[in-house]
Write a protein that binds this ligand. Structure first.
Ligand code: ATP
Length: 137
């Protein structure tokens, strides 16, 4: 194992996205962004919709996640996300369509009581996050 690296797993209920030795991880914590480096104090926290950046040597992997949990343990860090896609995997057209759909639901929520505005707002945040992550590539 190279110096200053630690094991990270980025997993969702569907797949293992990353299982690797890395140098750092920048995480969208529910209470703010934070960075994990080797030797970080063990802790557990929840995550918000945002950008997760995994750095391995000179390589930076940009990942959009839609909330979940982060567990830092002495032997490994686990990011358990509801959904996670690398910038490469993001289908921008799909995210644009999801953004428009969510925005139109939000705009119509006042006159249509069947619309769940909280759900539409979360869908909008997920779509915007995917578009931003894709544009950073
Ligand atoms: P959509 O309405 O387009 O399905 P959504 O925000 O409701 O968007 P999610 O429920 O967050 O979708 O994700 C469902 C699955 O589809 C997950 O596996 C997620 O990784 C994948 N996914 C969602 N949007 C995209 C996208 N734009 N590009 C690639 N994968 C996506």
């Amino acid at each position: 194992m190279a110096e200053n690296t630690f094991h990270v797993e980025v997993i969702t209920p569907e797949k293992v996205l990353i299982s690797d030795e890395v140098n750092s991880v920048e995480v969208p914590g529910a209470h703010g962004e934070f960075q994990i480096l080797t030797g970080h104090t063990p802790f557990l926290t929840s995550l918000k919709i945002g950008l997760l950046t995994v750095t391995k040597g000179v390589e930076k992997i940009l990942i959009s996640i839609s909330g979940g949990y982060c567990e830092v343990m002495p032997e490994k860090t686990t990011i358990l996300a509801h959904t996670a896609e690398t910038a490469k995997q993001i289908d921008k057209a799909r995210a644009e369509a999801a953004r428009k759909r969510a925005q139109s639901r939000i705009d119509n929520a006042e006159k249509d009581s069947s619309i769940d505005i909280d759900r539409a707002q979360l869908a909008l945040l997920r779509a915007i996050n995917r578009i931003k992550t894709k544009n950073m590539k």
